[in-house]
Design a binder for this molecule. Sequence first.
Ligand code: COA
Length: 181
Amino acid sequence: MIGETGSKVCLRELTLDDWRDVHSYASLPEASRYQPWGPNTVTNSFEFVQTIIEDAMRIPRTRFVFAVIHLQQQKLVGAGEINIRSLSNQEGEISYIIHPDNWGQGLASETAGLLLQFGFHSLRLHRIFGTCDPRNIASARVLEKVGMIQEGKLRQNLRIGDDWRDSLLFGMLTHEWNNSL
Ligand SMILES: CC(C)(COP(=O)(O)OP(=O)(O)OC[C@H]1O[C@@H](n2cnc3c(N)ncnc32)[C@H](O)[C@@H]1OP(=O)(O)O)[C@@H](O)C(=O)NCCC(=O)NCCS
């Protein structure tokens, strides 16, 4: 079983049974505030987890979605994802979400660090990037805290409803990760 363990959380592969826990945060407006999806209906959350399980079986596998498990509470408090965006360029993208009940405890920062570890160490990626809405200060701070460098701002690269949204782009290279250990 693949995964990573930190001091506050561990990452283990998401399973179909997790869909209710996923729904408990994905159905909240504050959790999807800066996202192109949500708030989720029950069907949205179930289908989302189902798609993750299907994607995990594809060969070559390019999508890895982990449940974020709070080590003390032994419960699912979020999800972290790494997608290989280019196999030939060994490039991946990370993203994460934490249940609002658990915000401000450093869980997303630890999750992002574990995703980088998995990406650089287990997947042998050369470059990993992450993006966030410029208004999503907490997410930008998470990317900064794990040592990723802001490389620029993508202009209107996402459509949310009738609006176009900019994204801040943060990246890290494998040698930068190794130097940070
Ligand atoms: C973004 C998110 C993952 C942060 O989760 P979290 O577990 O609360 O993050 P952390 O506790 O690791 O905190 C990260 C940093 O952000 C800061 N921060 C948190 N909320 C903040 C806010 N509203 N304004 C400014 N800084 C904030 C924290 O203080 C911390 O920085 P510090 O250690 O220098 O004090 C969480 O808010 C979330 O799930 N949001 C919805 C989904 C989402 O936006 N995901 C990111 C997709 S790009």
